[in-house]
Design a protein around this ligand. Structure first.
Ligand code: NAG
Ligand code: NAG
Ligand code: NAG
Ligand code: NAG
Ligand code: NAG
Ligand code: NAG
Ligand code: NAG
Ligand code: NAG
Ligand code: NAG
Ligand code: NAG
Ligand code: NAG
Length: 578
């Protein structure tokens, strides 16, 4: 009985990275039958389902900036390369800039988290695909146009991908990183929607790790002093976040009383609620209730072959409006941007980028904070358990609201930023700890308005993140266990942007269901089966994309793709937002 529970929690802890070579945490990858085929089979192509990037009809200029084989790179300095802006392009104005990561690997290896930074600014947080003996390949394309100003100067590119190689874990990651620059179709229109300056809030090179900060517990605050130019009129903080080891599956973490009452070891604790809190000079200015990304080795690695989990190849980032606080940071002095994680267990990787818009027509802007209110976390907990069986309900709400004005050559603009969060997690433990069912929902309302007597600009994003897992684990008593797991991940977002007379809106509904079985010995999956079904629906006023896809046992069962906007989706969106 104690064994079964330990196994369950080990299973749910099978985490990435951050393992030192001597204390490699148990973690899942697969064993493979010897190949009997004559001609070598083609490598498997892994991919994350997402909408294609909308590209202008111009020929891109491509800069191949890095080629590297990531073998034993754990705890080594990031791999760096010098970046220079494209000089031979037909135009020096671009409508789109796209980062392309392409990689191959062969053998056996864990899912490794990695980051790509340009001038200390993180451009991509991602997870590698787990290789097979016949080889795999995958490509990640990300629209990085919002970092435009960064690409106009010489910079150092840094990639940290901590990999370990030994006789069991043989997969080396062979990687290329390129940037594609799409010249502007209309050279007269300059893109002024992107920030003039991007300031990293990350650790500086040189270091033997990623440039992210590591948050190891709930009292750990990591911060950096940053100076904002005195003519800034708008600042947005973009937060990158990923969770590992004891918090890799934080929605399944159990209450500490449950652990102590049952003398359990091996279960990850602190309950299932996590919140990233961002502070400025010690005062809370915003929060992130993150989407529960499942990495490519998570729960059952067979689920994610070849269709990987939502967000696994391009982890979502979260924007926090700092403009209401400009009044306190335009004094030419350094200010402290800090991060902590409520209930954190070891370890969270967090860093951020400050997107700064500058007023070319003035040397100094000025401003004032008008209101700042952070509601305390409202937590309601209900638990009812006898021994290892029981039910736990955790509901949390919070709202953060700030207003402030900034005076620039554009006039006096009052910015109001509101974040509202709802969280609910229902956890059922059964079979004396061998069975765990978690049903979690996060609702996240971000809204920013900028007011002048003559206009109001409004940006609103409503997100809902769902996470469901049914995991039934049976100890086989010989160092192995069997697990059945069903999982559902949902990432939905409705966005609206009103600027002046222009109004645009978009919706995304992205749902993944998986069913997996496996037999695990040590930390290797000996046998098993994973099946995944995903529906992806995106729409905005100019562009729609849907994909309906299913995979099982490495094979695509069906794959429907199209560009029509679902009518029902549209009307649901209209009633929800407009
Ligand atoms: C990287 O680019 C080089 C040169 O174009 C190519 O030979 C190699 O196959 C590429 N590797 C991967 C993993 O794409
Ligand atoms: C950028 O790098 C290129 C190539 O190393 C060099 O020729 C150029 O002078 C650099 N530009 C600046 C502004 O440092
Ligand atoms: C939290 O983590 C920090 C950073 O590693 C460490 O200095 C501190 O002692 C830890 N605090 C607790 C209560 O464990
Ligand atoms: C846990 O350990 C304590 C102290 O060793 C013991 O009194 C108690 O009975 C144990 N509880 C369970 C559920 O095993
Ligand atoms: C927690 O939230 C769920 C979903 O909103 C709701 O059904 C339930 O009644 C709430 N429970 C408590 C104890 O607040
Ligand atoms: C826990 O539930 C299982 C069925 O899921 C049952 O067999 C077992 O007796 C229960 N244990 C306790 C201590 O109630
Ligand atoms: C989201 O927040 C905005 C600003 O507070 C509010 O007007 C809107 O009603 C909220 N929407 C939902 C669905 O909570
Ligand atoms: C949170 O729940 C409350 C009560 O159900 C609801 O009014 C509010 O709109 C929800 N907020 C978000 C962000 O969904
Ligand atoms: C472990 O024991 C189970 C049950 O007896 C058996 O089915 C399985 O084959 C064994 N697994 C290994 C890897 O020895
Ligand atoms: C798991 O998914 C399979 C296939 O959809 C379904 O037959 C089974 O009932 C599910 N089990 C649970 C406990 O949800
Ligand atoms: C999965 O596919 C392989 C062939 O690629 C086949 O040998 C195996 O039996 C399949 N497994 C299941 C459970 O269908």
């Amino acid at each position: 009985m104690a064994n079964a529970s330990t196994i369950l929690s080990l299973l749910l802890c099978f985490s990435l990275i951050s393992a030192t070579p001597t204390t490699l945490r148990p973690h899942l990858t697969t064993t493979h039958p010897p190949s009997t085929a004559q001609a070598p089979p083609p490598p498997t192509t892994y991919f994350e389902v997402t909408k294609p990037i909308q590209l202008p009809n111009t020929k891109p200029c491509t800069t191949h900036v890095l080629q590297h084989d990531f073998a034993f790179t754990y705890n080594k300095p990031p791999v760096t390369a010098q970046y220079t802006p494209p000089s031979t392009c037909s135009s020096h104005h671009f409508d789109k800039i796209v980062l392309e990561w392409s990689a191959t690997s062969k053998g056996r290896q864990f899912d490794r988290i990695f980051g790509v930074w340009l001038g200390g600014v993180e451009l991509l947080r991602s997870c590698t695909a787990e290789p097979r003996p016949i080889g795999i390949e995958w490509t990640v394309k990300k629209d990085v146009s919002r970092y435009y100003s960064l690409f106009m100067k010489n910079q150092t590119l840094a990639v940290y991908l901590g990999n370990l190689i030994d006789t069991t874990y043989t997969g080396v990651y062979h990687v290329n990183v390129s940037f594609h620059f799409y010249p502007a179709q209309n050279k007269k229109i300059l893109n002024d929607q992107w920030a003039d300056l991007i300031i990293p809030v990350s650790r500086n090179l040189p270091l033997n790790d990623g440039l992210w900060f590591k948050i190891e517990n709930s009292s750990d605050v990591q911060s950096k002093q940053v100076m904002i130019p005195q003519n800034a009129y708008r600042v947005v903080l973009e937060v990158y976040v990923s969770f590992h080891e004891n918090d890799e599956f934080w929605p399944t973490n159990v209450a500490n009383e449950y652990i102590s009452d049952n003398n359990l070891t091996g279960f990850a604790g602190n309950g299932p609620f996590r919140e990233v809190v961002v502070s400025l000079d010690g005062g809370e200015v915003g929060a992130v209730w993150p989407f529960t990304v499942v990495y490519t080795g998570g729960v059952n690695p067979l689920l994610w072959r070849p269709v990987t989990g939502i967000g696994s190849f391009d982890l979502p980032t979260y924007d926090i409006e700092i403009t209401p606080f400009l009044g306190t940071i335009l004094n030419g002095k350094s200010h402290d941007f800090g991060f902590r994680v409520t209930n954190a267990l070891n370890v969270w990787y967090i860093d951020a980028n400050l997107h700064v818009w500058l007023d070319e027509k003035s040397e100094k802007t000025h401003g004032k904070v008008l209101t700042q209110s952070v509601s305390p976390l409202h937590v309601s907990l209900v638990s009812n358990y006898a021994g290892l069986n029981g039910t736990f309900v955790t509901n949390v709400t919070r709202s953060i609201k700030s207003t402030g004005w900034v005076q620039s050559s554009f006039g006096k603009i009052v910015t109001e930023s509101t974040q509202e969060f709802n969280y609910s997690n229902i956890m059922v433990m059964g079979k004396d700890g061998g069975l765990q069912i978690v049903d979690q929902m996060i609702e996240f309302n971000d809204s920013v308005s900028a007011k002048q007597p003559s206009f109001v600009n409004l940006k609103q994003s409503l997100k809902s993140f769902s996470f469901y897992i049914y995991s039934d684990t049976e100890d086989k008593g010989n160092g192995s266990f069997a697990q059945i797991a069903n999982i559902t991940l949902g990432f939905n977002e409705n966005k609206i942007v009103n600027s002046g007379a222009k109004s645009s809106s978009s919706f995304l509904e992205n749902i993944q269901n998986g069913q997996g079985t496996m037999l695990v010995k040590g930390n290797l999956v000996v046998s098993g089966l994973g099946s995944t079904q995903q529906t992806y629906n995106y729409g905005d006023s100019k562009f729609c994309y849907f994909r309906d896809i299913s995979s099982s046992n490495y094979t695509i069962i069906y794959d429907k793709e199209g560009h029509t906007c679902g009518k029902s989706k549209k009307s649901r969106f209209n009633s929800a937002i407009l």
